[in-house]
Design a protein around this ligand. Structure first.
Ligand code: ADA
Length: 556
């Protein structure tokens, strides 16, 4: 399954995932290669005998095609090299963003696809490093094969805008002419709730262009968490004979996000975030959660009273974002980084890998109405001048790619952050009652006072993007010692009481929804080689804190 809806009716699209591929490890320590059938998508850490395998592996399968084709990979963890009939057609770094390859003039017949995957750590990987979450290995999200004509529709971005009598949609359509002659034709846009639009297009040989249309939609309903109304936008490309050459359908919602003083506004109404940070992680699936498991997580998030989820610490699977769109769960989506020091940020690959991730995240997720804010660089070096230069470059890139959403970053640089002037929303990760036994309200007020009096975060919306405590599922102790479920329930009660009653705070994200795997040196500090701060454990079994959170998140 690639998306929760059909994106093509004219373009022939075949899912190459949801089936078995030939898999073999490529160990570099001289050990024997493991050869087996593997289900794609999936993570090799879930295969018996490969639980701890870090390195290279190859996935292969054949398919029949001819002419111009497009291969799309929704996610490969973490570095991919793609070969078609032995010729390299794509390479990509980062597990959490999609990439594609267009191959022209393929002769009719069976073709061999080979994807070499590497989840190893080293100088070439500035973002996938030993960390407080696992970097899995495999083709971890869906794969699509598409048959293209001379020209195709590469993407559609819809920016909704409130007007005096209803809404209008600014639609940008990117086209690509694959042939070496001019492509003349028509671009027809159908948008539910409007009269649509069409225009003549003329693309020079091999050219890529972007066409913009503005469509007034007087009778549509807004998207909001209580009533998440969604609309389809379909573009059809006709050639000079009127023949339908290609199509692309996407989905969006009529909603606007704005910042007004200390408030985040959705359609003019103040947001109060009650959310969770969530890793894409599961003991049976690794990071390749099937849509049923995603849905189970969403049902629990809703049952807990959450109205938002933070995709800590990387862009999420589009299927999950589709479900958030449909259920009205607001999303803080962020690029891939966690806790990288200035030294790690000085890795020569760091800035390019971060900016590639931002481009791919915004290009592919732009239309999701549930995403209300873009975040970057969780707990990186925002307290140094060098770090600030990276934050500035990345937040400026986001502004260029998407002026419609606010930007932020989750800081842990206590009273030393230099970057709050670069973003619209100020956010901090704090752990009173866990990493230090400071009373929550005292700690929060002291930090907030510093922000308001000593930083450029003054007067801006303020979010607590992480707060929580650990508990080992099943460890019960009336003595309420740390790591007991009783301690976590008490700490969360105190933390949420203080944060939700703090007048300057626009909301909170609990760290974290479920326990998750950690990797590398982190396992030495984590019981079970897990991050145990989940309100449910890794099998989604509720801890005592579950009911406390449910009470605190209940509508006032
Ligand atoms: C940080 C970090 C999280 C997690 C958390 C913890 O705030 O952003 O990814 O590591 O600490 O559990 O300590």
């Amino acid at each position: 399954m690639l998306r929760m809806f059909k994106t093509h009716s004219i373009r022939k699209q075949t899912e190459l995932s949801s089936c078995l591929w030939d898999f073999s490890t490529m160990p570099e320590d001289g050990s024997e290669s493991v050869k087996m059938k593997a289900l794609v998508p999936g993570c090799w850490e879930t295969y018996p005998g490969l639980r701890g395998y870090r390195g290279k592996g190859c996935f292969e399968r054949s398919f029949y095609a001819s002419g111009n084709i497009r291969l799309e990979f929704k996610g490969v963890s973490h570095t991919a090299e793609v070969f078609l009939d032995g010729k390299k057609v794509a390479s990509h770094y980062n597990a959490y963003t999609p990439f594609s390859a267009v191959v022209t003039n393929l002769p009719a017949g069976n073709h061999r696809l080979k994807v070499c995957v590497d989840n190893g750590f080293g100088e070439n990987s500035a973002l996938h490093v030993e960390n407080d979450y696992q970097t899995y290995g495999g083709i971890t999200r869906g794969v699509a094969l598409e048959e293209l004509g001379e020209a195709y529709i590469r993407q559609i971005h819809v920016t909704p805008e409130k007007i005096s009598d209803g809404w209008k949609a600014l639609v940008k359509v990117s086209l690509h002419n694959l042939s070496d002659r001019i492509f003349e034709g028509r671009l027809i846009l159908a948008l539910e709730g409007s009269l649509g639009s069409s225009m003549h297009v003329s693309l020079a040989a091999k050219a890529e262009t972007e066409e913009t249309m503005e469509i007034v939609c007087p009778e549509v309903s807004e998207w909001n968490p209580m009533s998440p109304t969604l609309y389809f936008v379909s573009a059809v490309l006709e050639d000079r004979t009127g023949q339908q050459a290609d199509d692309l359908t996407d989905r969006f919602g009529f909603r606007e996000v704005a910042v007004n003083g200390k408030d985040i506004l959705l359609n003019g109404r103040k947001l109060r975030i009650k959310g969770f940070c969530r890793h894409e992680d599961h003991p049976q699936f690794g990071c390749s959660l099937p849509v049923d498991a995603m849905w189970q997580d969403l049902l629990l998030l809703k049952d807990l009273g959450a109205n938002s989820v933070r995709t800590s610490h990387y862009p999420n699977d589009e299927l999950f974002l589709d479900l958030c769109d449909e259920t009205g769960l607001l999303v803080w989506e962020e690029n891939h980084a966690r806790g990288l020091s200035e030294e790690a940020m000085r890795n020569p690959n760091f800035e390019r890998q971060c900016e590639d991730c931002i481009r791919e995240m915004i290009e592919s997720h732009y239309n999701h109405p549930s995403i209300y804010i873009w975040g970057i660089l969780n707990e990186c070096a925002s307290h140094t001048e060098y770090g600030k230069s990276c934050y500035e470059a990345q937040l400026s890139l986001i502004r260029r790619l998407d002026p419609s959403r606010p930007r932020s970053f989750a800081s842990c640089q206590f009273k030393s952050d230099l970057c709050f002037g670069l973003a619209e929303v100020t956010a901090y990760n704090i752990y009173p009652l866990w990493y230090h036994d400071t009373p929550v309200q005292e700690y929060l007020e002291d930090l907030y006072e510093w922000i308001q009096t000593c930083t450029e975060g003054a007067g801006k919306p303020f979010l607590i993007t992480e707060i929580g405590a650990g508990a080992i599922y099943g460890y019960r102790s009336p003595g309420r010692e740390k790591w007991s479920e009783e301690y976590q329930a008490w700490a969360l009660g105190e933390q949420l009481e203080a944060v939700l009653n703090h007048e300057g705070t626009s909301g909170v994200y609990i760290w974290q929804f479920s326990d998750c795997k950690v990797c590398g040196s982190w396992f030495g500090t984590r019981p079970r080689t897990m991050n145990n701060k989940g309100i449910v454990d890794e099998y989604r079994r509720p801890k005592l804190a579950y009911e406390i959170v449910r009470e605190r998140f209940a509508p006032e």
